[in-house]
Each structure stands twice: as structure tokens, then as C-alpha cells.
Write a protein that binds this ligand. Structure first.
Ligand code: PLP
Length: 463
């Protein structure tokens, strides 16, 4: 029977389409009804994990119904088409200004910035600007810019986007290793790694592995000294993927942003603590002088020309609108309240983990709402963190176990990234499941029964 001849009253699960395997190599010959297509795809995704129980991801897993409504009603708007959508462009520009002010840009500076798909694109742009600026300044200083590859200095706790940046644009990645004492960038080490070919140093506000912060103020002080004598001064880009939209609300006294002289650009993920669904990031340069003109292209806008900096061209503006919705809806105090509650939950979890006595807690969510810990040594324990990951998954919780990077790869960690939609009651339930999982592992055996057992199980008609 041809689907097109089906009566709309035909039950979905009695339809022809439900009797087929979904197309995986070639298109179907004929169309199917929208309600069937919807159901088939919905069902295909049925056994995926529950995003809200995923403690591994930094990405937003909840937005308000009104936010998703305005976002789904604006899906067709093309963010790059500034002449057709000038109001959308203004919302984007407002977001850039709000962020620049949140990051304490000095009044005397002419900042410039853009939305991106995420931090990865934002980091690429920040890195590219540093590369182009380095080349011009190095040539002016009489350095042979072709003699060696330019380099970028970053702690070994970098996110993979920096490795991509260096590979794509042929830059040497100089890793400052982390060690037991320094599970973030050690500013005292920095000068060993920089030279006339250094395009910049990246400070990470929220190391993906541990949730700890690089000491960007300390880094700025070391570079300030170095730059006094350097032929080519070395700037800082802050990768604030997670912290950039968290710290300004809860820890405004923490100085990591444009208040520091050598911080020239900052990137962040709107879809992490900016509280928007995946697909939005931001990068801002403190002043136009830090974004070389070669990287700016123009698109037409209201009969004039508007600069664009992004690597991508067309994409939906709905994520930008979602970001603006959150800014308008929450305001400063709203973000602060949400982040404070998230951090309280993370600290509650850190305490719960510590109280079991099994773990050394490395990050207790003092700043970012991220908890990570390793197992204490024990001669009798027969299980590993991986076993705990498996047990927790039986209750639907996704908790990653992974090694630290280079130099510390023998250290296995487990991490929770707490997000706005993870409430105290969920945390309470999680800890119950966590404690139970540990108990089960402690008691686990291939067989649950002692080898000499004389007692059978189950009703057998003999008694
Ligand atoms: C998540 C993350 C990135 C990449 O961000 P996307 O928005 O996923 O592209 C870059 N740097 C750090 C420190 C991160 O945590």
C-alpha cells in the first residue's frame, strides 16, 4: 500500500511507514505523512540519555518555554543577512555591548566583538587576530617572520579547539605542563616558553578537565614585566568558555578580564553559563587595535556597510535571540541567583562525595560549580572509577571518568558539571544513588552468594 493513499485516520502504529526500517543510504521514493515522519524520528531518538541527568556536559540542557518559543519562531532569520534583519543585528550588537561591560572594558576603549557558533569559533578568531597582529609587529621589529613557526603558549589543560587552531593555522602549540601542585597554568613558568615568535598566551577561565581557573592576574603581571623589554609584546586571550558568563555574577572581585592591561580579547560560550541551548558563543576585543583590519569583512546593512568577523557565513539567528532573551529576562540579579543556587548544589555534592571517605576532592566548586575528585588509595578495594560510572548509568546518571592530560595522565578523575536545571532535590537523589552504587561495588562478587552456601533460592515445592 502506498503511504500517500493512507487515510489520515489510519493509526500511526498501523501505518506502512512503521513497518519499514528508516532510510540510511538512499532517499525513500515517496513522501510520508508529517505525523509519521515526526513519530519515527522521535522514536529513533528514544533510547538516548536523559540530558538533564548528564553531569558530563557544560552545555545548557534547559530553557524556559517562552525562550524556546521565541527561538523556534525565529529559526528562519539568517544572522549574516544584516540588511534583511536589522533589528536582529541590533540585538546581537546589544549582546556584545552587554558582555563587554560585564567584562569591565575601559571607557577609553573602542571594543568590537561578534557572536559565533560557540567558543571554538570564538577562540579561532581570537587566535587569528593574535597571529596577524604578531606578524605585523614582528616585521616592524625587524624579525624574520618566516624563519620559524609562530607559537601559542597555553597550559596542557587546554580544550581541543586550541589544538585545532594551531593545526589549521600552522602554529606551534607550546604546552606549559600541569603538575600535582599546579593543576592550572603556573605563571612563574611562562617566560621559559615565550620568545619573539609568540603570538600570545591563552589563560583559561575554567579548565575543562577540573573546572579550576588559571591565575590570569598573575599571568598579566609576569607578561607586564616581560613586555617592558620584549621586541614584540605578548598579549593574553582569555578562554572564558565556562567562567566568562559565571564569574562576573558571583565573583566580581576576581580580576581576570579587561581590567588587566595585557588581556586583549575574551571568548565565551553562550551555551554554557550563558544559559542558551547549544550553538552560540561570543568573542570581544578590548579595542579595535587588537583586531587586524585584514580579518574584517563588510556586509551591506541598511544601505551602508557593516563589519563581520565570523568564520561562518549563514546561520540561524535564533540562538542570538535566545541569548538576548536570557539577558532581558534574567538581568544581572537573575543570573546571579541562578548561578548561586547552582554553585550551592555543587558544593552540597562535593561535601557528599567527601563524606563517603572514599575520595580526594580536587575541586569543591569554590568558584565554578564543578566538582572533581579521585579515588583514595586502598589496598582492599577491588573497583575503579569506571565501575562507578557504569553503576551510576544504571540509574540514568552520566558521570565521566577520564585521565588528566600530559604529565598527570596517571590521575583518573570523575567530574560533575552542575547546571541551572540541576536542583537540590536532584542532587539529593543523585547522592543516594551514588552511595548505593558504592555499597554495591564494595559488596560485589561475580556470584552474589558465598561459595559454601547450603541454602537455595526461590520456591521449590519441597517446603
Ligand atoms: C567548552 C570549551 C571550549 C569549546 O567550546 P564550544 O562552545 O563547545 O565550542 C573551549 N574552551 C574551553 C575552556 C571549554 O570549556
Amino acid at each position: 500500500m502506498n503511504n500517500q493513499n493512507l487515510n489520515y485516520a489510519a493509526p500511526i502504529f498501523g501505518s506502512d511507514a512503521e513497518a519499514q526500517i528508516l532510510p540510511q543510504e538512499y532517499l525513500n521514493d515517496s513522501p510520508i505523512e508529517p505525523r509519521l515522519a515526526y513519530q519515527l524520528i522521535k522514536d529513533e531518538l528514544l533510547d538516548e540519555g536523559n540530558a538533564r541527568q548528564n553531569l558530563a556536559t557544560f552545555c545548557q540542557t534547559y530553557m524556559e518555554p517562552e525562550a524556546t518559543q521565541i527561538m523556534s519562531e525565529t529559526l528562519e532569520k539568517n544572522a549574516i543577512d544584516k540588511s534583511e534583519y536589522p533589528r536582529t543585528t541590533e540585538l546581537e550588537n546589544s549582546c556584545v555591548r552587554i558582555l563587554a561591560h560585564l567584562w569591565n572594558v575601559p571607557d577609553s576603549c573602542k571594543f568590537i566583538g561578534t557572536s559565533t557558533v560557540g567558543s571554538s569559533e570564538a577562540c579561532m578568531l581570537g587566535g587569528l587576530a593574535m597571529k596577524f597582529r604578531w606578524r605585523t609587529r614582528a616585521q616592524q621589529a625587524g624579525i624574520d617572520t618566516n624563519a620559524k613557526k609562530p607559537n601559542l603558549v597555553i597550559s596542557s589543560g587546554y580544550q581541543v579547539c586550541w589544538e585545532k587552531f594551531c593545526v589549521y593555522w600552522d602554529i606551534e602549540l607550546r604546552e606549559v605542563p600541569m603538575d600535582e601542585q599546579h593543576k592550572s597554568l603556573d605563571p612563574a613558568q611562562i617566560t621559559k616558553y615565550i620568545d619573539d615568535y609568540t603570538i600570545g598566551v591563552v589563560g583559561i577561565l575554567g579548565i575543562t578537565y577540573t573546572g579550576m581557573l588559571d591565575d590570569i592576574k598573575g599571568l598579566d603581571a609576569v607578561l607586564e614585566e616581560y613586555n617592558k623589554k620584549a621586541k614584540v609584546s605578548v598579549p593574553i586571550h582569555v578562554d572564558g568558555a565556562s567562567g566568562g558568563m559565571f564569574c562576573p555574577f558571583l565573583d566580581p572581585q576576581l580580576v581576570w578580564d579587561f581590567r588587566l592591561k595585557n588581556v586583549v580579547s575574551i571568548s565565551t560560550s553562550g551555551h554554557k553559563y550563558g544559559l542558551v541551548y547549544p550553538g552560540i558563543g561570543w568573542v570581544i576585543w578590548k579595542d579595535e587595535e587588537f583586531l587586524p583590519k585584514e580579518l574584517i569583512f563588510s556586509v551591506s546593512y541598511l544601505g551602508g556597510e557593516l563589519p563581520t568577523i565570523a568564520i561562518n557565513f549563514s546561520r540561524s539567528a535564533s540562538q542570538i535571540i535566545g541569548q538576548y532573551y536570557n539577558f532581558l529576562r534574567f538581568g544581572f540579579d537573575g543570573y546571579k541567583a541562578i548561578h548561586q543556587r547552582t554553585r550551592d548544589v555543587a558544593q552540597f555534592l562535593a561535601k557528599g562525595v567527601e563524606d563517603t571517605g572514599y575520595f580526594e576532592v580536587i575541586n569543591k566548586a569554590e568558584v565554578l560549580p564543578i566538582v572533581c575528585y579521585k579515588l583514595k588509595e586502598s589496598p582492599t578495594r577491588k573497583w575503579q572509577l569506571n565501575d562507578l560510572t557504569d553503576r551510576l548509568l544504571m540509574k540514568g546518571w552520566q558521570v565521566p571518568t577520564y585521565p588528566l592530560p600530559k604529565n598527570l595522565e596517571h590521575v583518573m578523575l570523575q567530574r560533575y558539571v552542575c547546571r541551572a536545571d540541576f536542583g537540590m532535590q536532584m542532587a539529593h537523589n543523585f547522592l543516594q544513588d551514588f552511595t548505593m552504587a558504592i555499597k554495591e561495588l564494595d559488596e560485589a562478587n561475580i556470584s552474589f552468594y558465598p561459595s559454601q552456601t547450603k541454602e537455595g533460592r526461590g520456591f521449590n515445592h519441597s517446603k
